[in-house]
Design a protein around this ligand. Structure first.
Ligand code: DGY
Length: 353
């Protein structure tokens, strides 16, 4: 298959590297030249993002835009200095052990890091970079979209217009929930959670939160801390899940915890699907105990629990939280800065290992 050149420094080919790479340019740093590294990218990225990376480095992009198999991932890494992955590439201990010795950096194009075994990366001596903070605004906007979409029955409104033949305005049509002035409970008050809190204040919502650690007053901005999840749930008219997926958070929204929420509450998930016990949430949505849910993330994506698909009171998005060009460019920018820092032996805000 002939190779297709996307730009002077971007290659996409049906074959996987290393046949496409020249020698690693990592040595160029010794000449005080900015080094042009070999960067293998496991999924297609928006063209301006590839262009941005291509200005600095040689780029190979997986031309098939699907998750690589474990063997393909190793092939992609062969000859590369940097492996740029997404949250859907599994880099468990076994995968990290198999990485080619010359690979210096794993850069994940995500804020979530549950797919990478950081202990194994540290043992193997490979640096790991992620994309904190730069996507907080985009993801927080998604949280607000989901909250309002769920509260104002956007799914049913869209169906009414596109599918069900709208017969015109009536006072009883799709009566929803006004969230203004109600209580928002944010589970996970990191950068994304705090950005959601700031947006929610625009709706005069009272902000409550639970976090492993209480924040400094300057970061709390008046939000009320609850030192347990059980303390947060009863005051959450809208619950926003914004915590990472960890052994402690997986399945935390289950039958018992949902029962602690106010009747008629709304659940929003912008974090990871595995924080939720789907059967329990679907049962609560069916009974009306939970009025509505706005979900952007699911366990076992893209095969979401089919129970959600039959429910009118869910507003679903296909994992789109960070999907704005602004965020996508900044995500590449912070990874490029992190790569420079690793090569220069300097600290990087987004270096995990
Ligand atoms: C993230 O950055 O973690 C997003 O969820 C995409 O993986």
């Amino acid at each position: 298959m002939a190779s297709e050149s996307r730009s002077a420094s971007c290659r996409s080919d049906e074959r996987l590297p290393p046949s496409l790479w020249g020698a690693s340019r990592i040595m160029a740093i010794d000449n005080k030249q900015p080094p042009r590294l070999n960067v293998a990218v496991t999924r297609a990225l928006p063209p301006p993002v590839i262009e941005l990376i291509g200005k600095r480095h040689e780029v190979w992009v997986n031309p098939n835009d699907r998750v690589l198999t474990p063997d393909e991932l190793q092939q992609a890494a062969a000859g590369a200095d940097v492996l740029l992955v997404t949250a859907f590439d599994r880099l468990d201990a076994a995968a990290i052990e198999r990485l080619p010795p010359a690979l210096r950096i794993v850069a994940t194009y995500s804020v979530g890091i549950e797919h990478i075994d950081l202990t194994a990366a540290a043992r193997r001596g490979v640096a790991v970079l992620s994309t904190p903070d730069v996507l907080s605004d985009s993801v927080a906007e998604m949280a607000i979209l989901l909250m309002l979409g769920a509260a104002r029955r956007a799914h049913e409104g869209i169906d009414l217009l596109y599918r069900d033949g709208w017969a015109g305005w009536t006072p009883t049509q799709l009566v929803g929930i006004e969230v203004t002035g109600s209580r928002i409970g944010i589970l996970g008050m990191g950068r994304i959670g705090r950005t959601v809190a700031r947006r929610a204040r625009g709706f005069d919502m009272t902000v409550h939160y639970h976090n492993r650690r209480r924040l400094e007053p300057a970061l709390e901005e008046g939000a009320r801390y609850h030192d347990t999840v059980e303390g947060l749930l009863p005051v959450s008219d809208v619950l926003v899940l914004a915590a990472p997926s960890t052994p402690q958070t997986r399945g935390l929204l289950n039958g018992a915890s949902l029962a602690l929420m106010p009747a008629g509450a709304i659940v929003v998930n912008i974090a990871r699907g595995d924080l939720v016990d789907d059967d329990a949430l679907i049962a609560a949505l069916r009974s009306g105990r939970i009025a509505a849910a706005g979900l952007d993330v699911f366990a076992n994506e893209p095969r979401l629990h089919e129970g959600y698909l039959g429910l009118p009171n869910v507003f679903l998005q296909p994992h789109q939280g960070s999907s704005t060009l602004t965020a996508r460019l900044k995500m590449a920018g912070i990874l490029l800065d992190g790569i420079d820092a690793v090569l220069a032996g300097e600290p990087a805000v987004n270096r995990l290992v």
